[in-house]
Write a protein that binds this ligand. Structure first.
Ligand code: CA
Length: 220
């Protein structure tokens, strides 16, 4: 199993990342400060590190610099604040492989994690399909029975979440966290609203309501 070290001191964000990665088949360990993160990352037992820059005890830059001194080739995806471009640049110059700016949607982080793990693995899946519905993740386009359908970026992200779990029931909470991110109010009905939009564009029967549980993409 692929092991990811999550170096993040904010419990809410650490839990959000951990839950999402576990749901996608990764093993995870959380380090709440920079010293612990460096010690764990240096064991060489992790396939990838998600590293927050603003960490207590030792900041993310220092963790990154010391980790790179060990010559371990572990990929590092840093989490930086959206309004701090200099942090992002410094992290990349310091040896980070990639970055995601806060606040982020889980799918954004997952894409970065998968990309950095894939370096010398099999070719990326860029096309998702179920029945006559197809999504091209590179061009961000959708097609039904070969005819292209225009989706907004949220609609596309929601369709992608369904296509990554064909036939499975996805709860509103799961959909909220993978499409809207951790900053979204769990009481919001935005998922229901966007499922309606998707049904209009992709066909009313495409997404089933599973009462009391959530929604499911029909695959037949
Ligand atoms: Ca932090």
């Amino acid at each position: 199993m692929t092991s990811v070290l999550i170096a993040e001191d904010e419990a809410r964000i650490a839990a959000f990342v951990e839950k999402g990665l576990r749901a996608n088949g990764f093993a995870t360990t959380v380090a709440p400060d920079g010293r612990t993160a460096l010690d764990l990352a240096s064991t060489g037992e992790f396939d990838l590190v998600v590293l927050d820059i603003g960490l207590p005890v030792m900041d993310g830059f220092t963790v990154l610099r010391r980790l790179r001194q060990t010559k371990l080739p572990v990929p590092v995806v840093v989490l930086t604040a959206r309004d701090d471009v200099s942090d992002t640049v410094a992290a990349l110059e310091g040896g980070a492989d990639d970055y995601v700016t806060k606040p982020f949607r889980f799918e954004e982080l997952l894409a970065r994690v998968r990309l950095r793990l894939r370096q010398d693995r099999a070719a990326e899946v860029t096309l998702l399909s179920a029945g006559d519905l197809q999504l091209d993740l590179l061009t961000r386009t959708a097609a039904v029975a070969g005819r292209s359908v225009t989706l907004s970026s949220r609609e596309f992200a929601l369709a992608e979440a369904f296509l990554r779990h064909p036939g499975q029931v996805l709860s509103r909470e799961q959909l909220l966290s993978s499409v809207w991110g951790y900053d979204f109010d769990p009481g919001s009905n935005v998922v229901d609203v966007y499922v309606r939009y998707l049904r209009k564009k992709l066909g009313a029967e495409r997404v089933e309501t599973v009462r009391g549980m959530g929604y499911r993409l029909r695959t037949d």
